[in-house]
Each structure stands twice: as C-alpha cells, then as structure tokens.
Design a protein. Structure first.
Length: 279
C-alpha cells in the first residue's frame, strides 16, 4: 500500500493509493470459481434431465476445462456435490474411453473391469461364498477387493505369500463366509477424496446384520443434501465386503445398485441375516 500527503491551500488532503493487483487477483479468483460452478451446474442439469447426449458431453467438457484451471485451494471452495458429479459420476459415463452412451469404446466387456489402484503391490485370489475374489494390498494395508468377474487378472500385481495384509485379509474373509466373523480388523488403505473417505468410514461403522439408507449416511457425514454424492462415493468404494457398501440400500428397502451385481449383494445380506422382502 502506497500513500502520499499533498499540501493544498493550507489543508492536508490525504490520498491513499492502494495497489489494485491484490484486489484484482481476488476478484479474478472469485470469478473463476463462480464460472466453474455455473458450468458444472449447467452440465449436471442436462444430466439430471436425462439428456445424456452429445450436448451434455460438450457441457461437461466445458465445465471440466474450467475446473482444471482452478488451483487446489480454489477447487475446495466448490460445493462437494458438484465436484463429485464432475470427477466421479459423470466420469464413468463420459470419461476417457467412453463413447458418450456410458459404454466403453472398446467393448461392453471392458467397461466392467476394475483397474488396480496405483499403489497396489500384490494380489491374492481366493474363492468365497460369492465366487472368486481378488484382494489387493499396498505397503500400508488392503487397497482393493474386487469380484472375479469385474477384473482382468493379467493387469494385477503378482501374489506375495509373505504379504501380511493379504494373509490377514484372506483369513478374515474365510472366517466371515464360514459365519465365524462379523468385524474385520485388517488395515485398510483405500484412497479417495476427503468426502469419499468420510463416507467409507461411515460404511465401516454399519454393524453386521444391519443396513442403512443413503440419506442416513448423508446425515452422518453432516451433509444431508448430499444423498446422490453419497451414492457415488458408495459406488466408488474399492474394498468391497470389508468396507461393507452392500449394507446400504434404497429408502424404500430396495437393493439399488452394487458393483458386484445385485445377486451378490442379495447373497451377502442374506448371509448376514438381513431379511429381504420383495417390493
């Protein structure tokens, strides 16, 4: 800040000249955040209207460009529900390798495959009460648990018989399916956004034999309006069964979606003694 004192007719007039760069920067930052928010809302509005065609894709692309221009600090100022929609939900439909109809440009078979987390160092295949499972570990814990029909084994790291996380997870999952375990104790190293981790923590708190609704989870993370975002975070859970996303059901008691398929979700809930009624 610069100032000068000018003597005029015996009266001191003080003129303050404030450097405008700081305020200009702040205004520009606010405008960037506002514009990114507007573009994401516009694209999401088309999405919610089931207008998932080329115009929706183009609107999302414009929103993504605006989002990428923001710094990490600026992105944190965007509403969580908008970030989750842009970076996760719509990504599964319009992301790289998609043809704009929610399908992979390679094949419908490819789109069902889960990618191994980047920090995975070892994999273990086991048989279970719901078919083959692939357990993935990092140097810090279990980072993935995928159903056999959802992965391409050739893309996964090799097994390591001395991996203590894999050994413990295999033992605990065996006990779970034998009916001798209700709580998992193996260390989890699931990586995601702050909001996703909050949701996954609440999933882990759902007791064996009980279920919760998406709205209840949203209340638990102190964001009651983020029901859809909770559903997206639930679907992004990389450690199925151990982090029990299968225990989240629709408000009307319906099973709703599940990465492993509704039949497996049904089997898991029945295994845990949850009474399912036809609706």
């Amino acid at each position: 800040m610069n100032f000068r004192v000018v003597h005029r007719s015996g009266v001191f007039d003080v003129f303050f000249r404030v450097e405008s760069s700081y305020f200009t920067t702040m205004n520009m930052r606010g405008e960037l955040i506002k514009e990114a928010s507007r573009l994401i809302r516009e694209a999401r509005k088309r999405w919610n209207a089931h207008d998932k065609n080329q115009s929706c894709r183009q609107a999302r692309d414009r929103a993504l460009v605006a989002y990428e221009k923001l710094s990490k600090e600026e992105r944190n100022e965007l509403p969580e529900v908008l970030k989750v929609w842009l970076r996760y939900r719509s990504e599964k439909y319009f992301g790289t390798g998609r043809n704009g109809n929610g399908m992979s440009s390679k094949s419908s078979k490819d789109k069902k495959k889960e990618a191994a987390p980047n920090h995975a160092v070892a994999t273990r295949k086991i048989m279970s009460g719901v078919g083959p499972l692939y357990i993935l570990s990092s140097k810090r814990g279990i980072c993935g648990l995928f159903f056999g029909h959802r992965v391409e084994p050739s893309t996964l790291p090799k097994d390591n018989s001395r991996d203590r996380f894999l050994n413990q997870a295999e033992k605990e999952l065996g006990e779970y399916f034998e009916g001798d375990r209700e709580i998992f104790e193996v260390v989890i190293d699931a990586r995601g956004s702050q909001f996703q981790r909050l949701v996954w923590r609440q999933l882990s708190a759902i007791p064996f034999g009980e279920t919760r609704g998406y709205g209840e989870i949203a209340e638990k993370v102190e964001n009651p309006k983020a029901v859809r975002a909770v559903g997206t975070a639930n679907g992004a859970n990389p450690v199925s069964i151990i982090v029990p996303c299968h225990r989240v059901i629709g408000k009307d008691g319906s099973l709703t979606g599940f990465g492993g398929g509704l039949e497996i979700k049904k089997k898991l809930l029945q295994h845990e003694g949850v009474l399912l009624e036809a609706i």
